[in-house]
Ligand binder design. Sequence first.
Ligand SMILES: Nc1ncnc2c1ncn2[C@@H]1O[C@H](COP(=O)(O)OP(=O)(O)OP(=O)(O)O)[C@@H](O)[C@H]1O
Ligand SMILES: [Mg+2]
Length: 463
Amino acid sequence: MNQSGQSRVWLIPGSMGLATGGVLLVSVPKGPLWAAILLLIAWGWALRYLVGWRRDQRLLSESIVQLSDTVDRWASGDLHARVYLDQDDPLDSLAHGMNRVAEVLTERTRDLERDKKQWEAILTSMANGIVILNHGLTVTLINRAALAMFRVQEQEATGRHLLEVIRDVRIDDAVTRVTRAGGSETVYWSPPDQESLVVEVTIAALPGSIGGLGAVMVSRDVSLQSQVDRMRQDFVANVSHELQTPLTIIRGFTETLLEGDIDASSRERFTRLIHEEANRMSRLVDDLLTLSRIEHHSLPFAPEGIAAAVLLESLTSRLAHRIQDAHLTLASQLSPDLPLVSGDPDRLHEVFLNLLQNAIQYTPQGGTITVSGEVDPAHDMVGITIQDTGIGIPHTDLPRIFERFYRVDKARSRASGGTGLGLAIVKHIIELHHGRIDVSSMVGQGTRFTVWLPQYQDKEDAE
Ligand SMILES: Nc1ncnc2c1ncn2[C@@H]1O[C@H](COP(=O)(O)OP(=O)(O)OP(=O)(O)O)[C@@H](O)[C@H]1O
Ligand SMILES: [Mg+2]
């Protein structure tokens, strides 16, 4: 109590609410009632503050729960989740910021997915095989072409070591070298059970900046190219071999002639043999030139309407003495009414001369050669058949007789001066005419070749 009779009440800081913010000094009138009233007011204020504080705390914790729920959904991949708080919520601006981050992330993710799809489409549609390996030589990516070339399923390849996927030590060694030293290497691979399939595998180290990746393998099917290379090598070997035989004979006889001291009849025989071998070489060179011209489209080719009966008649009369010498009979069943064929007369002359020469050459004495014709109206084609009663061709050799230098009986063909190029030239010329050649044969019974050529369409008739 002070002298003025008023009492002073000290209240504890903060107990009257935030409005004071410090120590509240209140002057109150004397008397216990007033003191009680004031105490009650103070208590009321304190209670109000406490309830408000509790409510704020509850709202705050609800907002935090919302925020953390949203973050959880983003973490589980749902970037579409957003958080919405009351405008007066102290965390509202944080929620806005987070929503903006989510939008940016959604956009980036969409871009990445689009890029990924583009890359996947490119990799899938590529004809070349692509295999991407990490530093431990584990397959991290393999495209469809590579799966087909190396004959593996995707689930057997991705995540497996290279040696488990392509069981080839040379490829594995090359990849190891490349990942260690950088640069690139090329290896050729064929499956053990199919050597005709040749895959060229180029292995290149990936730059160190591409985290964790070791190398990329690009593979392409080069079977056709290697087949062509092999054919070219075989061809050169065959030509050299074919030229070597007559050259050896010519050199041998010329050396003997140069030594002198030979009687006149031996001299004449040797000279004749040299002449025959020179002719054989000349025929070989002519046939090779013809084939080369066909391939380079430089062989003169001017199709016109040709009467097959007239062409075959002129050929058989030219070969009459050979047919007679071989004691063979020729039966021509070609009708003069056969429609004209569309062809180049010189080229077709070459085709039928080859087929008739073969028939004469491979038919023993007493046999018959029959020439006949037919029409295939459905396809506007005319077929001319040359059939003999000769030695025939074994079933296994039949598909190969149109190959260059292929002969069923090499010794027999060579002895009769053959080069083994005749049917290869025939086939090429017929293809040039958009025709085809069929063959059927029975060993010991004979062979039948049918040449199908397009029927000649007179321009005036066609109009
Ligand atoms: N009518 C036939 N009867 C039996 N075998 C044949 C007949 N025609 C071809 N052949 C076989 O096909 C092979 C290839 O014939 P092709 O005409 O290409 O060569 P070639 O007759 O040996 O020599 P050339 O190039 O001088 O004609 C022959 O060596 C022969 O074995
Ligand atoms: Mg021949």
